[in-house]
Design a protein around this ligand. Structure first.
Ligand SMILES: [Zn+2]
Length: 366
């Protein structure tokens, strides 16, 4: 880790793996003209570790959830191998540290949405064997493991199977990620697990009161557990007025997409092909908050729980709009500069920008 200059970055969440499924043509070893994440831009942003989340849409038929996740993991690994040696998959926190010490970026494979394993611990084991080291228990849908923060609850928190999943992940040294989980799921997990928990890409309800963000009670409980929250850069979670405008358009898009996908036998790509551009164009007209909004959420957390349990979870390549000044991962230094302007020390900034997440991964994955 560097002693001076911008702090080294560990980003707890990006959706670049989803983007890679669009075709073999996307070479993350080169500076791309679109999207948010590639190796040259990660280097520019001072990134030493990145969690790449593999997510499959629950709107596709359930029998394809697991196989499509495995396909995405294979595609991600291929893209990392093809990127020219500056980035490698890391299977543990100590490997992340080793790679950083020789100037390589560590790629951590994650899964977003426990529906990827259905009701099967064998499927979870298969994911781990494929290199997965962290998993969000839910996405925006409740599943066999637990309730999501969106939609109707199924279990009032963790299901019995969900408790088995938590125990299995604890034993196997996999990081449990509660972003997207319901509040009750989050507290159930803290009671069940013996490990520090990750909240990979969420913000503070005290500033922007949406279900995807953490209440002050959740924040304090997470610190008590030794966990880390990665602050999300999605403007809808950062700033309430901007958020309301985004969500109005987003919710219309999601409803129409689900309706069309069902009509097309689960073909979400076909649905997106018809409507995505239309909704994306509408989002571009909304004025966005600046980097200061991300810094505000970090400082809010720091004022309540100190500097040891806060990190970054950009959600790059999963968010259709970004804050002004944080257009892609090359801009990570702007967050560090913002923290410095608010009076945080070199050590505090190093912890927030990456050190806290490295500690969590070393504790859980070895
Ligand atoms: Zn997410």
């Amino acid at each position: 880790m560097k002693d001076s200059g911008p702090a080294a970055v560990f980003d707890a969440h990006c959706d670049t793996a989803t983007r890679l499924m669009q075709g073999d043509a996307i070479d993350i070893g080169r500076r791309l003209g679109d999207g948010h994440v590639d190796v040259p831009r990660m280097r520019e942003g001072g990134v030493f570790a990145q969690v790449f989340a593999c997510w499959v849409d629950p709107d596709i038929p359930p029998e394809r959830w697991n196989s499509n996740t495995l396909k995405m993991i294979a595609r991600l690994k291929k893209a990392i191998e093809a990127a020219g040696g500056g980035i490698e998959v890391a299977g543990s926190g100590s490997r992340i540290e080793e790679l950083a010490s020789i100037g390589k970026i560590a790629a951590v494979i994650g899964v977003e949405g426990g529906h990827a394993i259905g009701r099967s611990l064998e499927a979870l084991e298969k994911l781990r064997e494929s290199g997965v080291r962290c998993m969000t228990l839910t996405w925006n849908n409740s599943n066999d493991i637990a309730d999501s923060c969106e939609g109707a609850p199924k279990w009032n928190g963790l299901s019995d199977f969900g408790r088995e999943v938590v125990a299995w992940m604890d034993r196997a040294g996999m990081v449990i990620d509660c972003s997207h989980s319901s509040d009750k799921t989050f507290f159930d997990v803290l009671e069940t697990t013996s490990r520090p928990v990750l909240q990979s890409h969420s913000c503070m309800r005290g500033i922007c009161d949406v279900p995807r963000n953490l209440s002050d009670d959740m924040l304090r409980a997470l610190a008590g557990n030794g966990g880390v929250v990665g602050i999300n850069f999605f403007p809808a979670f950062l700033e309430p007025v901007c958020g309301a405008r985004i969500m109005k358009i987003w919710n219309r898009y999601k409803a129409e997409r689900s309706r069309l996908a069902a009509e097309y036998g689960g073909d979400v790509a076909r649905a997106d092909g018809e409507i995505l551009d239309h909704y994306m164009a509408q989002l571009q007209d909304i004025p966005m908050p600046g980097v200061g909004a991300v810094v505000d959420h970090i400082i809010y957390a720091v004022e309540r729980i100190g500097t040891d349990h806060v990190g970054l979870g950009s959600d790059f390549d999963g968010i259709a709009v970004t804050p002004d000044g944080l257009e892609d991962i090359s801009r990570m230094g702007a967050v560090d500069a913002g923290l410095q302007a608010r009076g945080l020390s070199v050590q505090e900034r190093a912890n927030i920008m990456g050190g806290n997440l490295l500690r969590l991964f070393k504790t859980v994955t070895g």
